[in-house]
Design a protein around this ligand. Structure first.
Ligand SMILES: [Zn+2]
Length: 310
């Protein structure tokens, strides 16, 4: 035991990593769920696979140095990544990062850190974070959606985060909200992602989603509310938590339009037998949510590994 450890002041932590379509982030979360440090970097999604990994390595090295300053011991690495991802992020193929299609992220992080690495789809990680510390705390049935560069989702049903056959359940971006609308990357027309994601907004309006008009904020909210109504009707949900840079940036204008559309559809939906209208609310963890979600993935991985060890 070192002098510091015998002093009893060192805490355990998870190294959290968020792989987005336009940025990477890394942070330190204590095992009781406090995000105590973080840094981030914008990426050029056109970069080579190795340049991107170099950038991620810099972020990770920075946080590992900070760990000593905070007097925390890193037990594991938790990753939330833009999808699609393989189980535990053995490979990731973020749609917006051309050079990282089938990228062996888990192995590379293992080599880099020597720590156990656990991964999850970013929207599912966010659902874990919001159910743990955020707007869905204590809820057993909800959807967490991210409306940013792309659109993703994570579903918690009867208290369980749903994985699906390939681990990518909750891909709500391909709900069709405008029949006959814009062509989506998946081949269909009028998907939520093709109409309301940051990339779609830029293509439709010719403006960055950071400079929206009132109309585009309302329209995006309405379309997300329409998608949310399909989920609430199909899965008998009472709560949809929405985050992501586009939704959070459009703020009340977006959320009011989304709730109005959800109310309008649910009022007439044959399935609204319970009488209580579902709510669509903002994520409560703000831009810390993705890293707290990644941290939750890292903690869950450790717990499962302990259970598996006789
Ligand atoms: Zn689609």
């Amino acid at each position: 035991m070192t002098a510091e450890e015998s002093a009893g002041e060192w805490r355990d932590a998870v190294l959290c990593i968020d792989i987005g379509g336009t940025k990477f982030a890394a942070g330190l979360m204590t095992t009781d769920g406090q995000l105590i440090d973080r840094n981030r970097a914008e990426i050029n999604p056109e970069s080579s696979a190795e340049l991107l990994f170099d950038l991620l390595t810099e972020l990770i090295d920075g946080q590992r140095q900070r760990a000593a300053h905070h007097r925390v011991r890193i037990l594991s690495v938790g990753v939330g990544s833009a999808g699609p991802v393989g189980r535990d992020c053995v490979t990731i193929s973020p749609i917006n990062i051309g050079a990282w299609q089938g990228f062996a992220l888990r192995e590379r992080l293992l080599e880099l850190t020597g720590l156990p690495v656990f991964g999850e789809l970013d929207a599912k990680a966010l659902a874990m974070a919001e159910g743990w510390q955020g707007a869905a705390q204590g809820m057993r049935n909800f959807c967490a959606m991210t409306v940013s560069t792309g659109i993703g989702g994570g579903l918690v049903i009867d208290g369980r985060l749903i994985d699906g056959a390939t681990g990518n359940a909750g891909h709500v971006g391909h709900l069709i909200v405008e029949p006959g609308g814009r062509r989506c990357g998946c081949g269909a027309r009028g998907c939520l992602e093709a109409e309301a994601s940051g990339l779609a907004i830029e293509a439709i309006t010719g403006r960055s989603p950071t400079e929206p008009t009132y109309e585009i904020m309302r329209r995006t909210g309405t379309l997300v509310g329409r998608g949310a109504a399909m989920l609430c009707t199909t899965l008998d949900l009472q709560l949809v938590v929405v985050g992501g840079s586009v939704a959070l940036g459009f703020a009340a204008t977006f959320f009011n339009a989304a709730q109005e559309e959800l109310d309008r559809i649910m009022a007439t939906a044959a399935s609204s037998v319970t009488g209580s209208a579902p709510l669509l609310v903002s994520t409560r963890l703000g831009d810390a949510g993705p890293l707290i979600g990644a941290g939750a993935v890292g903690l869950r991985g450790l717990r499962r590994a302990r259970v598996a060890t006789p």
